[in-house]
Design a protein around this ligand. Structure first.
Ligand SMILES: *[C@@H]1O[C@H](CO)[C@@H](O)[C@H](O)[C@H]1NC(C)=O
Ligand SMILES: *[C@@H]1O[C@H](CO)[C@@H](O)[C@H](O)[C@H]1NC(C)=O
Ligand SMILES: *[C@@H]1O[C@H](CO)[C@@H](O)[C@H](O)[C@H]1NC(C)=O
Ligand SMILES: *[C@@H]1O[C@H](CO)[C@@H](O)[C@H](O)[C@H]1NC(C)=O
Ligand SMILES: *[C@@H]1O[C@H](CO)[C@@H](O)[C@H](O)[C@H]1NC(C)=O
Ligand SMILES: *[C@@H]1O[C@H](CO)[C@@H](O)[C@H](O)[C@H]1NC(C)=O
Ligand SMILES: *[C@@H]1O[C@H](CO)[C@@H](O)[C@H](O)[C@H]1NC(C)=O
Ligand SMILES: *[C@@H]1O[C@H](CO)[C@@H](O)[C@H](O)[C@H]1NC(C)=O
Ligand SMILES: *[C@@H]1O[C@H](CO)[C@@H](O)[C@H](O)[C@H]1NC(C)=O
Ligand SMILES: *[C@@H]1O[C@H](CO)[C@@H](O)[C@H](O)[C@H]1NC(C)=O
Length: 544
């Protein structure tokens, strides 16, 4: 027994590792394990341990967040090499996954080396796009394929790539960069009969994934075409038609124009058979043609024009991009104004019928009715408060909406001018009230009710926003100034009668004041309701 223990101790002292069943003492898990993903190629790389060089193989397993067990990773079983390819359309590239790998030799295995969990898409690099080129006399036509050859990795990113084209005159020209979203792109302004080389990379802008450049491809531009291409293609609207025009040196040629929906350029690497003729623009001899606006549905288009002399045709013109909505007139907005004494609040309301706005801004023009000097204000919000105005002054306002998208701008027509008078200023009221007070303090003992007519006179002038100054209100604690002014109830009339020396005169005054008030009320009721916004004026409604 002792001898056995002694032997064990000896073994332990000698440092020989304890070997669990099913493992071999020199089998250790692979090191430097890395997942390398480019487009739809998924690779696992590792390094082996020197001491286990012979007859060792490697196998990996994976688990996704939805699984609580490990599954053999296809393509990565019994691998003799130090890398494996686990590309599979079955793997969800957006799902979090875990990976582990071990070394195996016969019946013996190492422990697992488990990686931190990861998402395939996050690790994915953008591979080089496939590039084909065609030569024209003065342009290179470049056909670009999405990276990933249509696999699942970038399937949701078809429209998120931006391509950078690096082009130079061979052998030693300056390198120029162009960027585009188009899969068919033409680089213009090249020299005829010249060799150019180019390479293209794709960048997934949102994810900040910078792709690898494609292999360099070269082309020789052709001999200069005898029939030059039309230039300066432009489009505008006239009487609900589109007018397409271009420039061309006088020659015995006919022209034809074609259109292509803009999205087409972003999904087809060769758009040449996607272009459609513009019916009214085939075989025209003029350098313009006219076609109805409804020939094109809402959206973005490319348009191009070609010349032909019967024997030869030109290359296509530079394409122009147009948005059919850009040319559709926009109805003017409506405006609502709320005057205060020294400012004016203007709300612009606009019902948009155009789709996909980038942003709307509102422009208003304001001027005094009596002057020609205009003030222009542009804001992102449709609510404007225009300050520093003069009280009791008529201001006029018109408004329009500016529509800005990433590729075009346009504006609505201006609304009709609306005019509104600002309310009396605070200072103005105080002066009048103060004047009234002076008079009042002189004659109060005699005719308080006479004051009512003065006040109703004030009311006549200031009715819209009259807030009785507190000193006045104190002076006549009961009835309140407001009630005095409005003279709406019997009760107030009675209180008026309590005061001495006011008998018949006050009755007369009171009636007169009421009449005046009614006159005023019937005047204001014709106004478009803009005086009725003040709570203080609620009484005016009951009195009507
Ligand atoms: C490797 O395995 C083969 C057969 O599977 C065997 O013949 C060979 O001896 C082994 N080599 C080593 C170094 O174990
Ligand atoms: C990986 O495997 C896939 C399919 O099994 C194959 O299409 C691809 O070319 C392979 N990638 C590499 C780098 O071998
Ligand atoms: C592996 O184990 C099986 C049975 O468990 C045995 O028959 C076989 O000989 C073993 N092979 C090696 C290489 O140890
Ligand atoms: C992306 O483009 C590929 C081919 O270029 C196509 O097969 C795939 O359906 C497209 N995906 C989407 C979401 O449009
Ligand atoms: C796509 O191509 C058109 C026509 O060639 C060009 O006007 C447009 O600028 C291109 N788009 C980008 C983003 O470069
Ligand atoms: C361009 O032309 C030169 C000679 O003129 C030729 O050697 C070269 O192969 C051509 N390149 C291409 C891409 O056609
Ligand atoms: C134009 O047509 C004539 C005769 O049809 C032909 O000889 C000539 O090569 C053509 N030119 C071009 C640039 O295609
Ligand atoms: C077309 O070619 C024929 C014969 O080559 C020539 O007679 C005619 O003038 C050419 N037409 C034009 C418009 O250049
Ligand atoms: C504005 O002025 C014109 C004359 O200059 C006048 O006819 C019009 O009534 C005024 N408008 C308002 C709202 O006062
Ligand atoms: C649209 O207008 C804004 C602001 O005035 C300007 O910065 C932008 O360049 C314009 N865009 C186009 C496409 O004209």
């Amino acid at each position: 027994m002792l001898a056995v223990l002694g032997a064990m101790a000896l073994v332990l002292v000698a440092g020989a590792p304890w070997v669990p069943p099913g493992t071999t003492e020199d089998l250790r898990p692979p090191q430097d394990v890395e997942v390398y993903i480019m487009d739809n190629d998924f690779a696992l790389l590792w390094s082996r341990n020197h001491e286990s060089a012979s007859n060792v193989t490697f196998s990996a397993e994976y688990q996704t967040s939805e699984m609580d067990y490990w599954v053999k990773l296809p393509g990565c079983q019994d691998i003799v090499d130090t890398k494996c390819n686990f590309s599979s359309p079955k793997l969800d590239v957006y799902e979090e996954m875990k990976l582990r790998i071990r070394a195996e030799k016969g019946n013996h295995t190492s422990s697992w080396n488990e990686l931190d969990s990861f998402i395939l898409f996050d690790k994915a690099r953008v591979g080089p796009p496939e590039v084909h080129v065609e030569a024209e006399d003065r342009a290179a036509v470049i056909h670009i394929s999405h990276p990933g050859r249509g696999g699942s990795m970038w399937a949701l990113d078809n429209f998120s790539f931006r391509y950078y084209i690096l082009i130079w005159e061979n052998p030693s020209g300056v390198k120029k960069t162009f960027s585009t979203d188009n899969l068919t792109e033409r680089i213009f302004d090249l020299l005829p009969e010249t060799t150019y080389c180019l390479e293209v990379k794709a960048v997934l802008v949102r994810e900040r994934k910078n792709g690898a450049y494609s292999p360099v491809v070269c082309l020789n531009t052709t001999v200069e075409n005898m029939v030059p291409a039309p230039e300066n293609v432009q489009v505008y609207t006239k009487n609900s038609n589109f007018v397409l025009k271009w420039t061309y040196a006088p020659a015995d040629v006919t022209f034809r124009a074609q259109w292509l929906p803009a999205y087409s350029k972003r999904i087809h690497r060769d758009d040449s058979d996607k272009w459609k003729p513009i019916p009214a623009c085939e075989n025209v001899r003029t350098t313009h043609c006219t076609f109805p606006q409804d020939a094109l549905a809402k959206g973005n288009y490319f348009i191009r024009v070609q010349a032909s002399n019967g024997n030869n045709t030109s290359f296509w013109s530079k394409e122009i991009r147009m948005n059919s909505e850009q040319y559709i007139p926009v109805l003017p907005p409506a405006i609502v104004m709320k005057p205060s004494s020294e400012s004016l609040h203007v709300s612009v309301s606009f019902h948009d019928s155009t789709s996909n706005f980038h942003s709307l801004t509102y422009e208003i023009i304001i001027w005094k009715n009596t002057s020609n000097t205009e003030r222009r204000i542009v804001e992102r919000s449709p609510e404007f408060t225009i300050a520093d105005l003069q009280p009791l002054t008529v201001y006029c306002v018109r408004a329009r909406v500016l529509i800005e998208t990433y590729s075009w701008n346009k504006s609505s027509g201006f609304s009709d001018a609306m005019c509104e008078e600002t309310k009396p200023g605070e200072a103005f009221i105080t002066i009048w009230i103060a004047g009234g007070l002076v008079i009042a303090s002189l004659v109060i003992p005699l005719v308080v009710c006479a004051l009512r007519s003065l006040l109703s006179c004030l009311n006549y002038v200031f009715f819209p926003s009259l807030k009785p100054p507190s000193n006045i209100a104190e002076y006549f604690s009961e009835p309140s100034l407001k009630n005095l002014l409005l003279l709406t109830t019997e009760e107030q009339t009675e209180k008026c009668f309590i005061i001495e020396n006011t008998d018949s005169v006050s009755v007369k005054e009171s009636t007169q004041a009421e009449d005046e008030h009614k006159t005023y009320a019937s005047q204001t009721s014709q106004d478009s309701g803009h005086y009725s916004n003040e709570d203080e004026n609620a009484g005016s409604e009951t009195s009507e």
